[in-house]
Ligand binder design. Structure first.
Ligand SMILES: [Zn+2]
Length: 408
């Protein structure tokens, strides 16, 4: 999914320029339509906004690429080169034109900026979040306007500070001889909070030159993937962070990916049951297509329908459903409880059963073919055992078993 997404815009363009928001939105709109079905030009229902789909799987998304943030992370690589290779021609040209008297991080947009500079300048924020100076002799690092403190959440000396401070370099805060903080001077200049966060920054005698490092890399080098991860992380809501454990639970169960995607849809409130379609103003009956006696919503589909109940029994999973039907207040609760409380295999069987139930329901609507609940239960177990056998086959051959990736 991400490969064709990127090939719409050549990589070199994305690595130099920030693509305008209107174009990004249009591409995302196309891909969102494509993903949810219904073609790119008609009004098929898009159940979730694209930005939610770009969350990592562990945070309730599907890990699709957020094109704008990825674009920023790519352009930031050029910014990184400006700072770490200041003697290249391009770095010297930019410096002369846009920031002759400051660093790139402290630069201003300036008058009549070129599009490339505007892109670079905006993407600076990636570097401002993830870079830090490793202190050598401290002669290149301005005390203000550069990230060099050791704290994770705050690498910058907060402003405002007394006027004189903005002209100081980090080596002005060291004793004249030896590489040691001038504690008295620091306490005189700064509030005790700031002074303390300065004094805990380690000074190593063997590092001679000030050097900019990217925090999230073992060698201190910036890479696009890591920049993207940092940007994406900052868009994830606190609510999504709290649910992270639940989502991990879902993605790691032992079952084929298609079944997990169905679970994801149910949890996200995106399963197109008839009552949900009606809420989206689709003209259709709301009764369950299988039993026709009750309205079809998530809960009815999951375990309310007689057909579903029989299927759970047929799969010999009736006991795990019964204990849950009383507790769950929503279909998402239900799914999360079911998959949190059972081991990966039992959870995998349950996921397979739900997938079989949904397929049977659709097969009835579109092809007028259906199986009874008992048959569906057995079918689900057969399918699950088959998929397990395939997994074992891979493991036995010593190959890397493909697990659903939770990485970025
Ligand atoms: Zn029903």
């Amino acid at each position: 999914m991400n490969a064709p997404f990127n090939s719409l815009i050549p990589a070199y363009v994305m690595s130099v320029y920030l693509i305008p928001e209107t174009i990004i939105k249009e591409i995302e709109r196309m891909f969102n339509s494509f993903w949810w079905g219904g073609g790119t030009n008609n009004g098929g229902i898009k159940w979730l906004a694209w930005d939610r789909m770009t969350y990592p799987k562990a945070y309730g998304g599907l890990g699709f690429r957020n094109l704008h943030l990825f674009n920023m992370a790519m352009v930031a690589k050029q910014g990184w080169n400006l700072m770490t290779k200041p003697n290249t021609l391009v770095a010297r040209v930019y410096k002369a034109r846009y920031f002759p008297h400051s660093s790139f991080l402290a630069s201003h947009l300036g008058n009549n900026p070129s599009y490339a500079w505007r892109s670079l300048w905006k993407s600076r924020q990636v570097l401002m979040k993830g870079c830090r100076w490793r202190i050598g002799d401290g002669s290149k690092i301005k005390v203000m306007h550069e990230p060099w403190l050791k704290k994770d959440d705050e690498k910058w000396v907060p402003s405002p500070q007394e006027q004189g401070v903005s002209n100081l370099y980090v080596n002005d805060l060291m004793l004249p001889r030896g590489k040691v903080w001038d504690s008295n001077k620091i306490h005189n200049l700064f509030s005790s909070n700031v002074a303390n966060s300065i004094l805990v920054v380690p000074l190593f005698g063997d590092i001679e030159e000030d050097c900019l490092v990217w925090d999230d890399d073992i060698h201190g080098n910036y890479n696009v993937k890591s920049g993207y991860k940092l940007l994406l992380q900052s868009t994830i809501s606190a609510e999504a962070s709290q649910e992270s454990e639940d989502w991990k639970c879902i993605w790691k169960i032992q079952a084929p990916p298609k079944t997990k995607h169905l679970l994801w849809r149910i949890c996200k409130g995106c399963l197109p049951t008839r009552t949900r379609l009606k809420d989206r103003h689709v003209q259709c009956p709301t009764s369950c297509p299988l039993c026709e006696s009750e309205e079809e919503d998530d809960v009815h589909f999951l375990y309310g329908c007689e057909n579903s109940k029989q299927a759970w029994q047929g799969a010999r999973l009736g006991h795990i459903v019964q204990s849950l039907t009383q507790q769950a207040s929503s279909s998402k609760d239900y799914i999360m409880n079911l998959f949190r409380n059972n081991d990966r295999k039992v959870a995998g069987k349950a996921a397979m059963l739900l997938w079989v139930l949904w397929k049977n329901r659709n097969n009835w609507i579109w092809n007028h073919e259906r199986d009874n609940g008992q048959q569906l239960g057995r079918l689900a177990m057969n399918l699950w055992h088959e998929s397990e056998a395939v997994q074992n086959e891979y493991s036995n051959r010593g190959q890397h078993v493909q697990q659903t990736s939770l990485s970025w």
